[in-house]
Design a protein around this ligand. Sequence first.
Ligand code: AMP
Ligand code: MG
Length: 305
Amino acid sequence: MSASEHQAAEALARGELVLLPTETVYGLAADAGDARAVAAIFEAKGRPRFNPLIAHVADATEAEAIAVFDGPARRLAEAFWPGPLTIVAPVRDRERVCDLARAGLDSVAVRVPGHARARAVISAFGRPVVAPSANRSGRPSPTTFADAVEETGFAAAAAVDGGPCAVGVESTVVSVLDGRVAVLRPGAVTREEIEALIGPLDSGGEGHRSPGRMAVHYAPDSPVRINAEAAGEGEILLGFGPHVGDSRWSLSPTGDLREAAANLFRRFREADREKPAGIAVSPVPAEGLGEAINDRLRRAAGFVG
Ligand code: AMP
Ligand code: MG
């Protein structure tokens, strides 16, 4: 049964964990300043402690209370919040986002989620909330209430049903350091959209680091084969575009990247239930949202190119 925003906020205040809907994927949430609650998230997910969490806040003012924003960070926040962009910036308040949540770093990752129910819970709670994807570490992120409950519902004192996630892939993580912006993780906001706002991105490297990115991640139980032209023996083919495989399994029969992103993790889970010899996935274009989709596909397949 779904908890109300008020019940969820009360659970957070008691140091308990909450399943939280966001527009990207469902999160497993806790008070970012409560090291015991944050430790329970790492425990429930089986997440390595060197992988820092994202602090979710209700608005940009709250974000600037915990992080130090420069000009480009403010422009990004203004353009893309509420929404699926995470900004990594120097930490200002080490209490409200505890050391464990930041994996001991001097920076903090922060975002204002686009989902109204997520913001309502955070507002009612009144402090930053860490909310990594509600899957057990390494598995596909849950994009429906039922999938979230199945993954880590055992660890949550309250679960808020926000319907299916509209976006379906995680936020884009950018680091903003000394006025330079670099993408640490491709996601729902595209590189093209960011560059249209602030000009060419930094290539990363010096200073811009993301400790938590794992080579194998987002993986269903069945082996994943990407850039497949057709289904092999016993495989289910997740097609992309018209007349590719069985349309019931298609990521998007019309070749729409938004639809493919929304379907990706759900199709992985549905296909797994059929216990196929493998999951084959058609080529997906690399541009726009395709960068994030291909990133998730490469990791699900077990190699990062
Ligand atoms: P998740 O919570 O699983 O969506 O992942 C959060 C992502 O943000 C991971 O890739 C982390 O490595 C990254 N991240 C969080 N905090 C920081 C930080 N302070 N510096 C760099 N990357 C971060
Ligand atoms: Mg995750």
